[in-house]
Design a protein around this ligand. Structure first.
Ligand SMILES: [Fe+2]
Length: 349
């Protein structure tokens, strides 16, 4: 019988930037002419936000925010190393990166050969590791194990898509790439075979807005939206089905739900300035207390109103955790009003 370790983390893109650029999304939102000036005025911000932004545009606070995230990444990595997984499965979103007009699957399991990713080939700005544009990141594939899991889930009644090839074999969607970069923040290498498991978190916006931020009121974006993504309940069912397949397999399987929680740039109720921390705290409490009814009652509209679209990756994770009867052994919620999103970290055994 297989053994499963379940982890939750963020793939917050700004952590690849130096501290002085970490508040970049907030600065972009502050340039939005569709947001009334009185709301953008720091005098109208919550006091904690003014303090966090400081008089240096958040640079000093960014160092603190980074340190808290890095401590969590290192904790997750040491748990992973202790577990010695045969394979690492990552639930992550695709923001018009791999899947485009040809097809948008609600869920897709990748059965890939080994990859040689090139994380910085299209980025002009320096990354925090100082790695060059031609840096190669080797990632071990897990084609046979992925085919086994896809087969098991299809037999279990999940109409799951699978894929043998990325659109560009040197590019992995940021959710998967950043998860691997952050679990190897100290650059000792990541030796475990990987199965990316895509979740269509951005639903109606995935093609219409390429899963990207828009201006308030969507002045710069088409109103011709796409069909929705899967519901949070279906994400939990898919997570549970994967957990059954993993537990019945002969392998040691690590599953990771990868995303930040509420995103400021999607949180209209706060003029997109800061995330819906109150809602994140309620999901966090429910997760820690294993009060799954709160997660099971989530609606797509509620998640969208709070900018929590990417939490669908965590709904897969929580579905797996509930199915396995696993319990959290360590959790942390890192909140911020300046660095776009709440970051949750969790270990379940
Ligand atoms: Fe994402």
């Amino acid at each position: 019988m297989g053994e499963v370790l379940a982890l939750g983390m963020t793939h917050y893109p700004a952590l690849v930037n130096p501290d002085e650029r970490m508040a970049g999304i907030l600065r972009w939102v502050l340039e939005d002419e569709a947001i009334p000036a009185e709301h953008k005025d720091p005098a109208a911000w919550p006091a904690a936000m003014r303090e966090e932004y400081g008089d240096d545009g958040g640079t000093a606070s960014a160092a603190v925010h980074r340190e808290r995230c890095l401590a969590a990444f290192r904790r997750l990595r040491s748990e992973l190393d202790e577990f010695r997984p045969d394979v690492v499965v990552i639930w992550g979103d695709d923001q018009y990166e791999n899947f485009r007009e040809e097809i948008i699957p609600p869920f897709c399991l990748f059965a890939l050969d080994d990859l040689k990713l090139r994380p910085w080939q299209h980025s002009r700005a320096a990354n925090v590791w100082g790695e060059p544009a031609d840096e190669v990141l080797p990632v071990r594939g897990a084609k046979d194990m992925a085919k086994h899991f896809a087969s098991a889930m299809l037999a279990d009644g999940v109409d799951l898509a699978y894929s043998y090839r990325l659109r560009d074999e040197t590019i992995a969607p940021h959710a998967f790439l950043n998860t691997l970069l952050f679990l190897d923040y100290d650059r000792t290498g990541f030796p475990y075979p990987v199965i990316p498991f895509q979740v269509n978190c951005y639903g109606s916006y995935v093609i219409a807005r390429h899963g990207e931020p828009t201006r308030f009121g969507h002045a710069d974006a088409p109103e011709d939206l796409d069909p929705p993504g899967p519901t949070p309940q279906r994400a939990m069912e898919v997570g549970a089905a994967f957990a059954r397949a993993a537990a019945a397999s002969p392998w040691r399987v690590a599953v990771i739900g990868s995303s930040s929680w509420s995103h400021a740039f999607l949180h209209d109720k706060a003029w997109r300035l800061y995330p819906d921390i109150a809602s994140d705290e309620e999901y966090y409490r429910a997760m820690v207390e294993q009060d799954y009814a709160v997660w099971e009652a989530a609606t797509p509209e509620g998640l969208a109103a709070s900018g929590q679209q990417e939490m669908l990756n965590w709904f897969c994770l929580l579905g797996a955790v509930k199915e396995l009867g696993a319990a959290p052994t360590w959790t942390e919620l890192v909140t911020t009003r300046v660095f776009n999103s709440s970051k949750c970290f969790a270990i379940f055994r």
